[in-house]
Write a protein that binds this ligand. Structure first.
Ligand SMILES: NC(=O)c1ccc[n+]([C@@H]2O[C@H](COP(=O)([O-])OP(=O)(O)OC[C@H]3O[C@@H](n4cnc5c(N)ncnc54)[C@H](O)[C@@H]3O)[C@@H](O)[C@H]2O)c1
Length: 264
């Protein structure tokens, strides 16, 4: 029998304040919807101002009881991140959960990868995650705890040709997650990484469109026979952020339809 996606409910998430980077689109937006469904309040930060306005309007219409604020800026800019933190605290009084979804792909043969491209992939995916985690953790330590979920990738756990900068950045995000989890556990902060496999979003649609991803090959290679949905990844985030996961910290959690498990 084919099992349909069945989201769970975590009542403890109601009223929590969530700062969600890259929240305007794709996996970040799906996470925004999942947390809003639980009654959590949202500060969406994204560098795509137009998408941010559209995402906030859709969320407010769908979840009228939830407060949705936005901050347009880049996770690579400390001042932008500080302003987003201040906006979240100003609106909701705290930052209880940080979701670092802002990220970019970088698919290019390693001999053709420019230093600028390498730096951009590391800057957005890894340094941006650190800037956000550090800024938020200072506040979480003061308030006595919180949850940080860093969106890494299955390509942070395994190698993929022509993705040197992306793989290195995402492996870095996983290592950062492990390090920060150990450092901040005494302060009541849990830090985990979410590692999606191939998920259908604007990012992957563009890569499929320009031939950098081969959809039939991905489907054939994935034991579940398909790409995942952003909602399926978001479901892992609400679980990990919930009090159902209070003993889970410092790990990378895959949602990949079995992709990495298959070695044949
Ligand atoms: N889609 C997949 O298959 C997949 C797989 C593994 C990991 N991921 C990771 O999931 C995250 C989200 O990916 P997605 O597929 O939803 O991508 P997406 O392009 O649909 O969404 C990413 C969002 O991040 C924003 N963003 C990019 N750079 C930013 C910056 N410097 N500051 C603030 N916002 C910025 C974009 O404007 C966009 O709204 C990324 O970190 C990506 O690496 C995606």
């Amino acid at each position: 029998m084919k099992r349909e996606f069945a989201p769970a409910t975590y009542p403890g998430l109601k009223g929590r304040a969530v700062l969600n980077t890259g929240g305007a689109k794709g996996i970040g937006y799906a996470m925004a919807q999942s947390f809003a469904r639980h009654g959590a309040h949202l500060l969406l930060m994204d560098m795509d101002g137009a998408a941010l306005v559209e995402a906030a309007a859709k969320l407010r219409a769908q979840f009228p009881e939830v407060r949705v604020e936005t901050h347009s800026g880049s996770v690579t800019d400390e001042a932008d991140v500080e302003a987003a933190c201040a906006a979240c605290e100003g609106a909701f009084g705290s930052i209880d959960i940080l979701l670092t979804n802002a990220g970019i792909s970088m698919n290019r043969p390693s001999t053709a990868l420019t230093l600028d491209e390498w730096r951009r992939a590391i800057d957005v995916n890894l340094t941006g995650t650190f800037i956000c985690a550090q800024a938020v953790a200072k506040r979480m330590i003061a308030q006595g705890g919180g949850v940080i979920l860093n969106t890494a990738s299955m390509w942070g756990l395994a190698a993929s040709p022509r993705r040197a900068a992306y793989c290195a950045a995402k492996a870095g995000v996983i290592s950062l997650t492990e390090t920060l989890a150990g450092e901040w556990a005494p302060h009541g902060i849990r830090v985990n990484a979410i590692c999606p496999g191939y998920i259908r979003t604007a990012l992957t649609d563009e890569l499929i469109g320009n031939g950098k991803l081969d959809l039939p090959a991905i489907e054939a290679r994935t034991p579940m026979g398909r790409m995942g949905t952003p909602e399926e990844v978001a479901e892992m985030a609400v679980y990990l952020a919930s009090d159902a996961a209070v003993f889970i910290t410092g790990h990378a959690h895959l949602s990949d339809g079995g992709f990495l498990a298959r070695t044949f």
